[in-house]
Design a protein around this ligand. Structure first.
Ligand code: BGC
Length: 736
């Protein structure tokens, strides 16, 4: 009785559990409580214990983590809980409960006695996990959402996706995947947003804001340097500290500091010899110490925890999906090799997330299908797919651009391996169960006045040959599928090649020999080579895995209802050997400072299609670049402006990209680094001034010997351009 009634006093609360008690009274309260307990429970000494948690001192990071929730009340309640819970109860809250998502989510237990809710986790990056088999909105994959270059749109996707995740009773979404696309053969390329740190950080932060606006916890995954699939459980990535801090980590820092992400998942691989879940450098030093992360870290699922005490001490709070290693924590406390205060510190991270997000106060939803596949979400999936289509090529056919297909196009032949299939992406943890899927053929067939003839296979028979020759236009929907790329073990793993399958190449060749207006639509998670065939076709569209509404979005773009505005979030090289090597068999790999457009640019190698590139049905000109200040200092935000004129005949969106180059640097630099972007909507003939906010801190480099970020004095070129290789317009900044 005494213990239950006054346990809150141990946490600095009055015996009613709510009013604060003076801090210096705590010792007296503890002593009195102990004495009283000894007397009251003398007969059953094993049934009770007195545990005094370490006092808790809030930091700016723990305060801001809670958002609008009263963080003092949360921390006090946690302290009270830590005093009241047994060691076994604590450890039960620090690991998943089952290897499969029982009760429609991966449960991390709470504690009923103390009203602590626990967590319910579920994938993932493109909608409600297919594990549940509940039909829900299949959004375009994150890489296609990256191609929109529109963080506001991505925030809407995050919010919609979170509503669907909540509808099955989960409270934590295992997304975003925010690993750098170091090489396009990475099997999970489609799950992330970009090859570029700046772009990826902006899009992932936008997604997190959307998810968390719905009271759902996001999980930034996978920390860190996870960009190879087939060896993910064993590979050790050697990466120098400058590269790690400048290329592989900044987007995670922004997830923490700009988007207040609730949780972080550690990666499977090793970084510089340490498994990520055991890396005190990544988790304790950088994530918590330097960035101020105040939420919890969970391990990745399939044997993603490698230590018990070492992982806990490194900064891992939850072992998923079951305590294979963390079950050793209890014995470790009992034999004195681990302090229960260390357990408390980790559990505080977990409870803070649960209570700051009010998970304890929420009515439990077991299933609400009315929140899934809503007309709004379905319309959003189509809008995003429209906005993410990238027009790579659009040459003239008989004097006019091949696209859009005009009113004179009535007979369309559709070919290619992905024309009639629901090609939604990987079948691994990001897979989602659709209700209906509009394939490319479906979408094109729904156009009024258009007759579609679809032919399977890679060889044109007599009927197909006749139809192709007679068609007003031929659309070949090809590229990759879930057998070519995906997550290891549960999906296809890394891609074997960047080239199209040989049969598809033959099909393109056969069709272009018969008809001048051939449009090739590429589906896939990242770069597919166009070298060797693109000269023969007038138009190429990159359509990624465009989600359940993809066929409609494709028709919208091909027929010109929507002007294409997508931009590549990766480079497409002329050949794979233009990129750094991709080694998905070795146990040890080294990641260099350069990859993607920064690698190509440094080597003076022109890409087939540049990072950031994409055509429109109009054209734009840039003029009058300017900056709000030319002398810069650490901490400054510079407004970069440029006038964008729509020199064509139809209204469209233009994405203005701002690249920076340090003229004279004491360390190797890429010729251009993306440091900001924005989008403007410009009517035909109109001029709009675009503004991009440039963080001067992002011009610094990591000086590994000084262990510090350094803003080098000198001149920095600021280039506002259409893509990573366009000349654009320039101005400069001066650091003293
Ligand atoms: C993946 C994670 C995923 C988890 C749960 C793991 O294998 O790497 O991204 O969230 O499974 O499905």
């Amino acid at each position: 009785m005494l213990l239950g009634a006054c346990v809150g006093a141990l946490a600095g609360l009055g015996c009613d559990g709510a009013t604060p008690a003076p801090a210096d009274a705590t010792v007296d309260v503890v002593r009195d409580a102990t004495t009283a307990l000894d007397e009251a429970f003398d007969a059953t000494p094993d049934a009770v214990r007195v545990w005094v948690p370490d006092p808790f001192t809030p930091t700016p990071a723990t305060r801001s983590y809670c958002g609008s929730t009263n963080d003092d009340a949360v921390e006090a309640r946690i302290t009270a809980a830590l005093a009241a819970l047994t060691l076994e109860e604590k450890l039960a809250m620090m690991a998943g409960a089952a290897v499969v998502p029982l009760d429609r989510r991966w449960r991390v237990p709470g504690n009923d006695r103390l009203g602590l809710p626990g967590l319910g986790m579920l994938d993932g990056p493109r909608g409600v996990s297919a594990f549940l088999h509940v039909p829900s909105t299949v959004f375009p994959v994150a890489m296609m959402r990256g191609a929109t270059w529109d963080p506001a749109l991505e925030t809407r996707v995050g919010a919609a996706l979170a509503q669907e995740i909540r509808s099955v009773g989960a409270d934590t979404v295992l997304a975003p995947t925010m690993n750098i696309l170091r090489h396009p053969r990475w099997g999970r390329a489609q799950e992330t947003y970009s090859e570029d740190t700046e772009h990826l950080g902006t899009m992932a932060a936008a997604f997190i804001r959307g998810v968390q606006s719905q009271g759902v916890l996001a999980s930034a995954k996978h920390l860190a340097a996870y960009s190879i699939e087939n060896t993910r459980h064993r590979v050790d990535v050697a990466v120098d500290e400058r590269t790690l801090r400048e290329v592989y980590l900044p987007q995670f820092r922004r997830a923490v500091q700009e988007a207040n992400v609730a949780s972080v998942m550690s990666a499977y691989n090793r970084v510089n010899g340490a498994w990520c879940d055991e890396s005190a450098f990544l988790l304790n030093q950088v994530l918590r110490g330097e960035w101020g992360f105040a939420g919890f870290v969970e391990s990745d699922w399939v044997l993603g925890t490698h230590g018990d005490v070492t992982s806990l001490r490194a900064g891992l709070d939850i072992e998923m999906p079951v305590p294979l290693h963390f079950r050793a924590l209890g014995p470790a406390v009992r034999n004195g090799s681990l302090s229960e205060h260390e357990v408390d510190a980790a559990l505080r991270h977990i409870l803070r997330a649960q209570l700051c997000y009010g998970l304890d106060a929420r009515p439990h939803v077991s299933d609400d299908p009315s929140l899934r596949n809503t007309p709004e979400h379905v319309a959003l999936a189509r809008e995003v797919a429209q906005r993410g289509m990238v027009l790579l090529k659009n040459d003239a056919v008989r004097g006019a651009p091949a696209l859009p297909l005009g009113p004179s196009v009535h007979d369309v032949v559709v070919l290619g391996r992905n024309a009639t299939r629901a090609n939604l992406g990987d079948l691994g943890s990001s897979n989602v169960t659709p209700s209906t899927v509009v394939t490319a053929v479906d979408g094109l067939s729904m156009r009024a006045g258009v007759t579609v003839h679809a032919f399977d296979g890679t060889a044109l028979d007599a009927a197909a040959t006749t139809a192709v020759r007679a068609a007003d236009a031929v659309v070949i929907v090809t590229g990759m599928d879930a057998d070519d790329e995906g997550e290891a073990e549960v999906g296809a793993g890394d891609r074997a090649s960047l080239a199209l399958p040989a049969g598809e190449l033959a099909l393109i060749q056969a069709a272009t020999a018969l008809n001048p207006r051939v449009v090739v639509v590429l589906e896939g998670g990242a770069a597919i080579l166009t070298h060797g065939w693109r000269d023969a076709v007038p138009a190429v569209v990159f359509a990624f895995y465009p989600g359940a509404q993809g066929g409609l979005a494709l028709a919208d773009v091909l027929f010109g209802d929507a002007a294409p505005s997508g931009r590549l979030p990766f480079s497409i090289p002329e050949q794979e050997s233009d990129l750094p090597p991709f080694d998905d068999t070795s146990d040890h790999v080294t990641y260099g400072f350069l990859h993607g457009y920064r690698h190509l640019g440094s080597n003076g190698v022109a890409p087939a299609h540049a990072f950031g590139a994409g055509l429109s049905y109009t054209s734009f000109a840039y003029a009058n670049p300017g900056v709000s200040q030319s002398a810069i200092h650490v901490g400054d935000l510079v407004d970069v402006r440029v006038d964008v004129t729509n020199t064509g005949t139809r209204r469209a969106l233009e994405t203005v990209q701002v690249y920076v180059h340090a003229r004279a640097s004491s360390v190797p630099r890429a010729p251009r680094d993306l440091r900001g972007f924005t989008q403007v909507d410009v009517a035909a003939g109109a001029t709009v001034t675009a503004h991009v906010s440039l963080r001067v801190d992002d011009l610094r480099y990591w000086d590994a010997s000084a262990h510090a970020w350094v803003l080098e004095p000198g001149t920095y070129d600021v280039i506002a351009a259409h893509d990573s290789v366009a000349d654009g317009v320039r101005t400069t900044l001066q650091a003293q």
